[in-house]
Design a protein around this ligand. Structure first.
Ligand code: WQD
Length: 354
């Protein structure tokens, strides 16, 4: 499979999206379909819903054959072989994986098995079918507790504070090693900062199972009346207001970064592995997020300060210079717009896809 096969997308340029029914995966499917690609989704629906893909069809008004869905796991080698035999895959965007930080510390074996071993199976089958172009959903968590801020791609990788983060870092290493042993095609590692928000239609969005681990989905559930108040995990960090600072990025900006990565791969005439931070370059504190959400939903969001959460770092935000220089990508939505789009999804779907 040569890079040129990715060329200017035609209705036959086929992208396998593992985890494509998930939060970031489904938003990326929307951008791929809008960009004229054919999309094949593999998702085990362990943390997502097939309803989400029906919403993707509605948003994009795509032809049925442009979005193909297989329910199953990346651990299922026979199913992967079937998919790669049925469809000429030009590139893979690999999202599939468990992603709850806290859960990963309680169930490390499940995380290493599903995320890490699953990726090994995917890479084995892809190689057997000569598919060498892959975009990997990585995370800023691979930087650990950084010495320098903002974080650029050449900042050394740190020690993740949980098994989830370790799986992301280990998968990055596998992809580097696979490429070094057989430099064909193009591998892009996208290190996400903190994705939030939802498609402007309000039809797809973040639908966490149980009590949300992450800040914004929790704030959203307080705003819609499902939770009493937000617990602010610590207000004694060395930041402007003492609360944790993160680089929140609109999930649609993030999704568009994946399309830009495919376009770059198509125009790259050499085999490569490249890392890109996908963030906004702006840090926002927990209290600033709560304030922005209040502005977006027009309601007060009650909160109570609680002790710090184990494993949390004080400050993390990106230098996104490389993604702009190389991919021609930069985030375009600000924090209030992220909260407005999150609120539209949450208020229209108080119980998510259920
Ligand atoms: C953000 C800030 C908390 C919840 C994690 C993963 C990362 C990625 C994104 C998957 C912090 C504070 C949070 C709450 C709070 N996940 N907070 N009350 O920890 O930066 O990143 O999610 O890819 O890999 O590490 O995101 O949203 O959990 O926390 O005060 O109820 O909000 O302390 O400062 P985090 P988060």
């Amino acid at each position: 499979m040569t890079l040129s096969n990715l060329g200017k997308p035609t209705a036959e340029t086929c992208i396998l999206v593992t985890g494509g029914a998930g939060y970031i995966g489904s938003h990326t499917c929307v951008e791929l379909l809008n960009g004229g690609y054919k999309v094949v989704v593999l998702d085990d629906l362990s943390n997502s819903s097939a309803v989400c893909l029906e919403r993707v069809r509605k948003i994009t008004a795509c032809e049925p054959e442009q979005l193909i869905f297989f329910e199953g796991s990346i651990l299922d080698e026979a199913l992967l072989n079937h998919i790669f035999t049925q469809h000429t895959i030009d590139a893979i965007i690999h999202f599939a994986g468990y992603k709850a930080v806290g859960e990963s510390t309680e169930k490390p074996l499940e995380y290493y098995w599903n995320n890490f071993a699953g990726t090994l199976v995917l890479c084995k089958v892809a190689r057997e079918h000569q598919v060498n172009n892959l975009v990997f959903s990585s995370s800023a968590t691979v930087y650990g507790d950084p010495e320098t801020i903002p974080l650029s791609e050449d900042c050394p990788k740190g020690t993740p504070t949980n098994p989830y983060g370790h799986t992301k870092s280990m998968i990055e290493q596998v992809l580097f090693d696979l490429h070094a042993s057989d430099p064909h095609g193009c591998i892009v590692l996208l290190r996400y900062f903190n994705p939030i928000g939802a498609h402007v239609s309000g039809l797809i969005g973040e639908d966490p199972k149980g009590i949300p681990n992450n800040l914004v989905p929790y704030v959203a559930q307080v705003a819609v009346g499902k939770r009493e108040h937000v617990g602010v995990f610590g207000d004694d960090y060395p930041t402007t207001d003492g609360t944790g600072v993160r680089d929140y990025i609109h999930v649609v900006d993030l999704a568009r970064g994946h399309v830009k990565a495919l376009e770059w791969m198509a125009n790259t005439d050499k085999a490569c592995v490249e890392v890109f931070n996908l963030g906004t370059g702006t840090g926002s504190s927990v209290l600033e997020v709560i304030k922005a959400y209040e502005q977006a939903c027009g309601k007060p969001i009650p909160y109570r300060v609680q002790p710090r959460r184990a494993g949390d770092i004080a400050v993390s935000y990106a230098s996104c210079e490389k993604a702009l220089r190389v991919l021609g990508w930069e985030a375009s939505f600000d924090l209030v717009r992220m909260c407005e789009d999150s609120w539209r999804w949450q208020s229209n779907n108080p119980d998510g896809y259920r």
